[in-house]
Write a protein that binds this ligand. Structure first.
Ligand code: NDP
Length: 434
């Protein structure tokens, strides 16, 4: 703890995992002898670098960037890149740490990594985004490769940014190494269903959890925070399964539409025009926009899907959700609930799908994109979607099984942490003290 004293988000993520591992260490004391806990919290490598770039007015700007190559016991490092002013080493390490166990849960041969920069894409022109991402990749390209480390998108990094980065990587390194990045455009090595994968996967996971409890998305009222990549496709799949999604948000506030959100408008505003969610009400005057994104959790719903950012549901928001009768919470974002909020959900027997299990669909399809790139094949949307559904079902079942074996039946936080950890720990033991 003293070594990472200022890294609050990282410590929070480690605490959540380590609290779950008590029964595992009792059953497998050799993990202690092999120093697995001490080793698994220390990244194999944390790279920090400067990103100088020029804005449209000729001003020099400098941002700070990171790539954490956290654990490669199961495969090449894999994890997204985040561009957001809040990015620092704590955020990147918490995300990279989570990624190790998430990637393990997918059953795919991928290790854990994450990266990003404190660059704020909001309000930047396309040419500024291009100059920044090219400068970013000029340094990052020294550390990544299809068999070494394969970044993807995250907050602030979507198809446009991945495209610019891929172009710059290719220009510097030569050749056409499609497998160096995932989330690429469909015309140059991207996979069908990657864009949809995290949101769809989260809904598949929650549907599976609800089915076990004789519930379903059908006819339920859903609130989804955020209006980015994960949120949009969580909303789409929830609607396809017969739910009414009444609210979504961005960092400035939320919209409430009692008729159900019109997803065409949200997609146009966010995916094409890069506008604020508040503009939704211009086209749908009966809907309302409320400033401040936290208030979204006061809207009564059956299912809450936090899909924006870390720690967006605190203890008091969790209590309001419970008081309003929420039945299930599915984490599309990474660590959107504080530790206290998770306790509120579990103590009140709310069905709770933790992030590292519920949002693993994105990285799963990224691994399928890597497989298509190396075999030079392109699978159909239906093929990829069917594989995604199988993977999410499997993650759910493995998490349930681990929760039962280790004495916490139905607690998917414990189940997912243990199921993810054991595979990584076994591989680390087999590979010796490295
Ligand atoms: P996007 O950038 O596409 O969307 C993020 C959304 O969340 C935007 O609406 C954004 O609003 C809002 N948001 C971001 N930061 C904050 C903040 N500090 N406070 C309030 N709102 C905020 O990102 P993604 O949809 O890709 O990612 C969302 C979450 O899902 C993240 O936690 C990410 O780590 C996780 N995730 C993403 C995966 C993927 O495949 N993309 C895979 C697995 C997890 P605004 O535009 O105003 O900033």
């Amino acid at each position: 703890k003293s070594r990472n004293a200022n890294e609050v988000e990282f410590l929070q993520a480690v605490k959540e995992v380590f609290d779950s591992l008590v029964p595992v260490l009792a059953k497998h004391p050799h993990y202690i002898k092999h120093g697995i806990l001490e080793r698994v919290v220390e990244p194999e490598r944390l790279i920090t670098f400067r990103v100088p770039w020029m804005d449209d007015h000729g001003n020099v700007k400098v941002n700070r960037a990171f790539r954490v190559q956290f654990n490669s016991s199961l495969g090449p490092y894999k994890g997204g890149l985040r561009f957001h002013p809040s990015v620092n080493s704590s955020i990147i390490k918490f995300l990279g740490f989570e990624q190790i166990f998430k990637n393990s849960l997918t059953g795919q041969p991928i290790g854990g990594g994450k990266g990003g920069s404190d660059f704020d894409p909001k309000g930047k022109s396309d040419t500024e985004i291009m100059r920044f991402t090219q400068s970013f990749m000029t340094e990052l390209c020294k550390y990544i490769g299809p068999d070494v480390d394969v970044p993807a998108g995250d907050i602030g990094v979507g198809a446009r940014e991945i495209g610019f980065m891929f172009g710059q990587y290719k220009r510097i390194r030569g050749g056409f190494e499609a497998g160096v990045l995932t989330g690429k455009g469909l015309g140059y090595g991207g996979s069908l269903a990657r864009k949809e994968a995290t949101g769809y996967g989260a809904v598949y996971f929650v549907e599976e959890m609800m089915k076990d409890n004789k519930l379903s998305f059908k006819d339920s009222t859903v609130v989804v925070s955020g209006s980015g990549n994960v949120s949009i496709y969580a909303m789409e799949k929830a609607m396809q399964l017969g739910a009414k999604v009444v609210a979504c948000s961005d960092s400035s506030g939320y919209i409430y539409d009692e008729n159900g959100i019109d997803l065409h408008t949200v997609k146009r505003l966010k995916e094409i025009e890069y506008k604020r969610i508040s503009e939704y009400v211009q086209e749908h005057p009966h809907a309302k926009f409320v400033s401040g994104f936290e208030g979204i959790w006061s809207i009564p719903c059956d299912i809450a899907l936090p899909c924006a950012t870390q720690n967006e549901i605190d203890e008091s928001a969790a209590k309001v959700l419970v008081a309003n009768g929420v039945k299930a919470v599915g984490e599309g974002a990474n660590m959107p609930s504080t530790l206290e909020a998770i306790d509120v959900f579990l103590n009140n027997k709310i069905l709770f799908a933790p992030a590292k299990a519920a949002n693993a669909g994105g990285v799963s399809v990224s691994a399928l994109e890597m497989a298509q790139n190396s075999s030079r094949l392109s699978w159909t949307f239906e093929e990829v979607d069917a594989k995604l559904q199988d993977i999410m079902k499997n993650i759910y079942q493995e998490s349930v099984k681990a929760s039962e074996i280790y004495g916490a039946p139905g607690n998917l936080v414990v189940g997912a942490n243990i199921a993810g950890f054991v595979k990584v720990a076994d591989a680390m033991v087999s590979q010796g003290l490295v």
